[in-house]
Design a protein around this ligand. Structure first.
Ligand code: ADP
Ligand code: MG
Length: 578
């Protein structure tokens, strides 16, 4: 029977487009603070946002008689006419975020508009106003979001671990901090400040806060051309700094973070022949053009844009980045980590005075990225011990190595499975098949890719509805739980299809089989690898290091994160002022 859905269900469905996970709440609230002209934005999160998220700003505030309205759907102060849609200069314009957030959580908003005497405190649950009273507070707005998805159990169930949700939040906050260097961002997780940008207006300062002094100061500046209609500026890595995936290519168009496969490709193209194939630069590139030359109203989460003249933008980006990279003129001889000489830095590296390296997500890159040649292989390492049941301490010919046991084992498994792929990955049938329920949007993907999964050693068959039977796993994975493996793989497939995977393509675009296979294997390895917190015997550590020494790219995990930190003998001597 056809019937019209009740309004609360309509609201929850609509909210789903804007609020996918805690990080999307942070993104929307921070965008509102930026639109409100804030100078300082403070973000507090507990439990990766699952229990509480708070964004406080010193912006223009919301007038007392408009506070309820701000939480109504399609209520915005940023658009007045249809023509405005063609020249949007604010991050928000759809009037959907606050309504969507309020529909799926408990929200408290404390705000005071610049010209008003007192502020307003309002509380909403599931989109309904439950209380409201005047309060005294400084001008600005503070929105607190608690118990996200408390009334949408289906979504609450799919929240990932606090650590994962936290990583997504970190990514958003650092993106905005990079794009808005004149604003001060403070990020607090579970009561601990983990990131702060100084608001000096220098993007380089933010990059140092995000990536650490070494990488932050090594990045090359992309300088905008005078009077160009498409202005391109930012920072990109010198050719010797590269990563295993495109995850560190960050693009902004008119101050808005966007995913754009074509522009990402323009940046990668600019490095053509300068970095090894299969490796990617790190870049933060801001494109500015007239608002009427770009359509930002393509996507509810506003993550995609359409250009009036895409070719022109493509060429402008490629040219500007290429110029920054080649003007550098010098590609330092790549030095294997095993080299006995201390790491030589390019001469013009600047280390801002008093700056401290601040390790923060996204993880800092090793200064000398592994070249593809076998020169990147590891020297023979001697196990010294294990710290925090998570890291292996080892000694090599040139100093100390701290190895992340999980990341290292992921790398070992990944290369092993990639090598076995050609001749067939050895499979271990399960004594009893294990039934695994998947969310419907993932189930379809697993079904479609069943053959690929089988080829990679994961024997899975549909068992009615969204349930699958796992019959066999790759031998390398015998300690992992089949349910975890399949769920992880399904999620990997979903991300690949949504264009969020390492491939960085637009959602819906065809995904190459090869990319799919790699994405599956990366996920499989993540589940199969030794976990952090697992005590290892000396023999196990030895075995892991021997296997790592045999890897082609031992210094990064399949997701591109470092497997190890190397502290050279020279660095040690420097630290101890010997
Ligand atoms: P949009 O940003 O698309 O306009 P939102 O639902 O995010 O829609 O916000 C609705 C309105 O609430 C905004 O247009 C703005 O007027 C007001 N608002 C939201 N957050 C803030 C804030 N931090 N400071 C001042 N005004 C705000
Ligand atoms: Mg908004």
């Amino acid at each position: 029977m056809i019937h019209i859905l009740p309004p609360e269900i309509v609201a929850q469905i609509a909210a789903g487009e804007v609020v996918g996970r805690p990080a999307s709440v942070i993104k929307e609230l921070v965008e509102n603070s930026i639109d409100a002209g804030a100078r300082e934005i403070r973000i507090e999160v507990t439990d990766g946002g699952k229990s509480m998220m708070r964004v406080a700003d010193d912006g223009c505030g919301i007038p007392a008689d408009e506070v309820e309205l701000a939480f109504r759907r399609h209520a915005t102060s940023k658009l007045a006419s249809v023509e405005d849609l063609t020249r949007i200069t604010t991050l928000g314009f759809r009037g959907e975020a606050l309504a969507s957030i309020a529909a799926v959580s408990r929200v408290t908003c404390a705000t005071r508009a610049a010209g008003e005497e007192t502020g307003t405190l309002i509380r909403l649950e599931g989109g309904e106003v439950v209380s409201r009273r005047p309060i005294g507070r400084p001008p600005g707005t503070m929105v607190t979001v608690e118990d996200i998805f408390y009334n949408v159990p289906a979504r609450r169930k799919f929240l990932r671990s606090s650590a994962t949700e936290r990583r997504h939040i970190d990514a958003w906050v650092t993106r905005y901090a990079m794009a808005y260097p004149t604003l001060r961002f403070v990020l607090v997780h579970d009561g601990r400040e983990v990131f702060r940008s100084s608001g000096t207006g220098q993007m380089r300062d933010v990059l140092v806060a995000v990536y650490g002094v070494e990488v932050g100061s090594a990045l090359l500046e992309v300088l905008p051309e005078e009077d160009a209609t498409v202005r391109v500026e930012g920072f990109v890595s010198p050719p010797y700094l590269h990563r295993a995936d495109r995850g560190e290519i960050t693009l902004f168009v008119n101050g808005r973070w966007v995913q754009d496969a074509r522009l990402t490709y323009a940046i990668i193209q600019a490095y053509h022949t300068l970095i090894p194939t299969g490796r990617y630069p790190l870049a933060v590139v801001m494109v500015t053009l007239l608002p009427e030359d770009v359509d930002v109203n393509v996507h509810p989460a506003k993550a995609e844009v359409r250009f009036r003249d895409g070719d022109e933008v493509f060429r402008a980006v490629q040219r500007a980045v290429r110029q920054a990279v080649t003007e550098e003129g010098r590609i330092p001889t790549m030095q294997a980590i095993s080299g006995p000489a201390p790491v030589t830095r390019p001469p013009e590296l600047r280390f801002p005075e008093g700056a401290q390296r601040k390790p923060f997500q996204p993880t800092p890159m090793p200064l000398m990225a592994p070249p593809v040649s076998s020169g990147a292989k590891l020297p023979v390492l001697r196990v010294v011990g294990q710290v925090a049941a998570t890291y292996i301490i080892a000694e090599g010919p040139d100093g100390l190595y701290l190895i992340d046991q999980h990341a290292a084992h992921e790398r070992v498994l990944y290369e092993r499975l990639m090598a076995q792929r050609a001749s067939g990955i050895p499979v271990q049938p399960l004594l009893e098949p294990v039934a695994v329920d998947l969310p419907p949007e993932w189930a379809g993907l697993v079904e479609v890719h069943q053959e690929t999964l089988r080829r990679l050693g994961l024997e899975v068959e549909p068992f009615g509805g969204n349930t699958f039977l796992v019959r066999a796993l790759p031998v390398a994975l015998t300690s992992a739980h089949p349910r975890d493996v399949l769920t992880e793989v399904a999620q990997g497939l979903a991300e690949e299809w949504e264009g969020k995977g390492a491939g960085g393509r637009r959602s819906g675009e065809a995904v190459a089989e090869e990319e799919i296979e790699r994405a599956i294997l990366r996920r499989v390895c993540k589940q199969g690898a030794i976990k952090a917190g697992q005590m290892l015997s000396r023999e196990e550590m030895e075995e892991l290091l021997r296997a790592l020494e045999r890897c082609e790219s031992p210094r990064t995990c399949p997701h591109g994160r470092p497997t190890m930190i190397h502290i050279s003998a020279a660095q040690l001597a420097r630290e101890f002022q010997r």
